[in-house]
Design a protein around this ligand. Structure first.
Ligand code: ACO
Ligand code: PYR
Ligand code: MG
Length: 350
């Protein structure tokens, strides 16, 4: 293991200096598109201003015989499009695939100055991040990129979940981690056939009370993994994300799954279809009434210490800190989103 003193040194001569803190940029939705699909690609200039992150996907969902077309499509779109303050990410193929080396070489060389984050699938341990870290430094040095491209890991194998803390802290490039429920389910041998979300068979049943019907309550299959991921990310100062929700037509369940993740600490989710963009935007932006309440507590708490009563509820140092989390997030999102800024200002006046 490298000395902690060397942790923030570039891994190649001439590579940009690693960041000391992950920049918080709104990323409520990471919008996936297949850059080799002409119909989807044509929509990207119009979608760009409506999302926080656009992600050109090269891995699963891109057929094996379309991998090169997807890679070339992403290069062409990145070169031709002004993304404004929308981030551009990519998901490269997995590290054991025949495509990933060309993905990384081509993308960093051709559009390294436009790419904010590279998502790496099926990460199993710190060694996977170390491999990508060094390779990116070499490619960045060669391409002359001025800022380091950050790395995002997908948690989609049992080994990855077991090693999530070391993955989160493996490199200063680590920007965040997403749950990958579909591959994780397969590799854990779960008996589901879905992409994220619940399952009606995973439930608890009320105890019997005479002959009365016994209510059942569906449980969240993903709670354990998301909670572990959130803790690992928070401990290492990086950002956790719920991943994809595959039942595109079930917008209600999608909203519920996203909201559970938001409440547990995630900052965003993936949108696989345009219909999921608004859902993620709504869910991962704190509600105006909650922001108004948070600001009221902060104002009443002065220097943030001691205890006060507001509307019948005890507030102290710890609720002050929770309110700061909500208020800061609201400020960061409002700076990007004028409509949200107006909604927050209006709620405060009520
Ligand atoms: C487990 C994982 O790894 S999840 C991540 C990998 N999966 C993905 O990235 C999937 C991305 N999404 C998709 O491929 C598509 O949305 C699908 C296949 C799910 C559905 O596609 P369609 O059947 O075309 O959906 P639908 O007919 O509702 O699309 C409406 C329009 O939106 C377009 N569209 C669909 N998804 C997207 C998207 N993600 N981005 C931009 N445009 C899109 C379609 O091309 C279509 O365009 P048209 O009106 O010009 O015909
Ligand atoms: C997100 C992803 O890749 C998966 O669920 O497998
Ligand atoms: Mg996967």
């Amino acid at each position: 293991m490298r000395s902690p003193k060397d942790f923030f040194r570039p891994l190649a001569v001439g590579a940009p200096t690693p960041v000391r803190e992950v920049p918080f940029r709104p990323s409520r939705m990471i919008h996936f598109f297949d850059p080799g699909n002409e119909k989807m690609a044509a929509k990207i200039p119009a979608i760009a201003p409506t999302v926080d992150v656009l992600l050109g996907n090269l891995e699963d969902a891109v057929a094996a015989d379309r991998k090169e077309a997807a890679r070339a499509g992403l290069v062409a779109i990145a070169k031709a499009t002004d993304f404004g303050n929308t981030q551009l990410w990519t998901r490269v193929n997995s590290l054991d695939s025949p495509w990933v080396l060309d993905d990384l070489i081509t993308l960093v060389t051709e559009i390294g100055d436009k790419l904010d984050v590279i998502m790496v699938p099926k990460v199993e341990g710190a060694e996977d991040i170390h491999y990508v870290d060094r390779l990116l430094a070499q490619l960045e040095a060669k391409a002359g990129t001025e800022r380091p491209i950050l790395v995002h890991a997908i948690l989609e194998t049992p080994t990855g979940v077991a090693n999530v803390e070391e993955i989160a802290g493996a490199s200063p490039r680590m920007q965040g981690i997403s749950l990958g429920p579909a591959d994780l389910a397969a590799s854990r041998r779960m008996k589901t056939t879905r992409v994220g979300g619940g399952h009606p068979g995973y439930l608890v049943r009320e105890d019997p009370q005479g002959d009365a019907p016994r209510a059942t309550y569906q449980q969240d299959l993903w709670h354990y993994t998301i909670a572990r991921m959130v803790d690992a990310c928070a401990a290492h100062g990086i950002l956790p994300y719920y991943g994809p929700f595959g039942d595109i037509k079930d917008t209600v369940a999608c909203e519920d799954q996203f909201r559970n993740a938001f409440l547990l600490g995630c900052v965003g989710a993936w949108s696989l279809h345009p219909v999921q963009i608004a859902i993620a935007k709504k869910v991962f932006s704190p509600a105006p009434a909650d922001v108004a309440w948070a600001r009221k507590v902060i104002a009443a708490m002065g220097d943030g210490t001691g205890a006060v009563m507001i509307d019948g509820k005890m507030q102290d140092d710890a609720t002050y800190k929770q309110c700061q989390v909500v208020a800061r997030l609201a400020d960061e999102l409002a700076a990007r989103d004028p409509e949200l800024a107006e909604a927050y200002a209006a709620a405060e006046k009520e």
